[in-house]
Design a protein around this ligand. Sequence first.
Ligand code: SF4
Ligand code: SF4
Length: 234
Amino acid sequence: METIDLIARRELGNLRRYTRETGAPTRLADLDLEPMTRVEQIEIDEEHITVQYNKTTERRYNANEITHREWVYKYNDDAEFVAAIRTVIELSRKHMYDLPENVACPPGCAECCSGYEPFVSPSDVQRIADHFGMTYDDVMTQYVVPRESADGSYVGWLRKVTDDVADKCVFLMGSRSGKYYCGIYEARPHDCRAFTPIGCEDVDTNLPKGGKYVVGAPFKPKHPGKNGRTGKRL
Ligand code: SF4
Ligand code: SF4
């Protein structure tokens, strides 16, 4: 991933100016030089260029806290502003062509299926129940850690293979990274469908991106319930 070096450019300009104007010593370590390695949004108006970058999402039950850093450059009629915009536009154009590669997970990577617990809504549970021909309640008992959210939109999250939170999702199949696949792919929860690899920090970078990927047999419930009946939630 290419680093946009605008922060260093601006901060070093500030440092030079500060030193020139005050003659006081200053320390590089005090400057905010965190590189923009993941740019989320760029806004350019007649006065400012604003870049949002290095977004992080902290997932907790019922809430995701999303934070990002922001770089704002105020227009002050100098050539540096123009050069900064040119750099951003050139890099944006360049990375537009990279996008199809960037948004695809390497086949067989499923680090996120161990790192997170997908929350499930009543309709997720019902979809999984229909998929297996099980009752809603049996799916809740066998595959869901129950914890209803205050507004009722979630009823819990998918179980791990063991109680260890770092363990893999109970539905994750395959023996190792590069071989993993979702055992209930068509019926997976909305959280899994909506999960995006953009900005993903968990990716197994050793995996190749392309190539044909063949998955194995789907997940089969060990205890499908009485007669494998389907029961809708009332
Ligand atoms: S349901 Fe499938 S996609 Fe979702 S966490 Fe489990 S294995 Fe991964
Ligand atoms: S690249 Fe990231 S989002 Fe995609 S499967 Fe791997 S860990 Fe999950």
